[in-house]
Ligand binder design. Sequence first.
Ligand code: SF4
Length: 170
Amino acid sequence: MLYLALALILIAVALLWQSGRERAQAGLPGGRIVYTDTRAWGRVEKPLLSADLGLTGKPDYLVQQGRAMIPVEVKSGRPPEAPYDSHIFQVAAYCLLVEKTYNTRPPYGIIHYSGRDFAVDFTPQLESALMDQLAEIRRDETRTKVGRSHEDAARCRKCGFRKVCDQSLA
Ligand code: SF4
């Protein structure tokens, strides 16, 4: 039993290490756990918009830190060990929108899971990876057939296009 437990721990560590490596190769910061004071968070009433980028979105909160405005995205559910890539890209998009709107670049954005907050550094590498994703989305918009980009049935179950999607897993 002890050997089995040890083997499972080793597998978990290897998987974590591997996902961290893949993320590092993709240029994505992993996110670092931070303490945040939620009393300083201000709700965002209107979506932020960048006509140049064709991008709009509304972070849940903005926090003023000196001259910097830090976007905060709140996620429900069990907190992961490290932020999901989709959440990293979402907060990166908010960082970019904040930079375009307020003319000041946030050094990082925050992903708030239940009981755990991660700061995601808004590095030039992350911005570049985000721009690649946006370009890919724009290319997809002109295609008549776009392949599914994941194997996550739970995601399909929550998707509004599930009933008309021929690639739904749910
Ligand atoms: S139902 Fe289709 S569009 Fe929705 S998440 Fe699944 S594959 Fe994507």
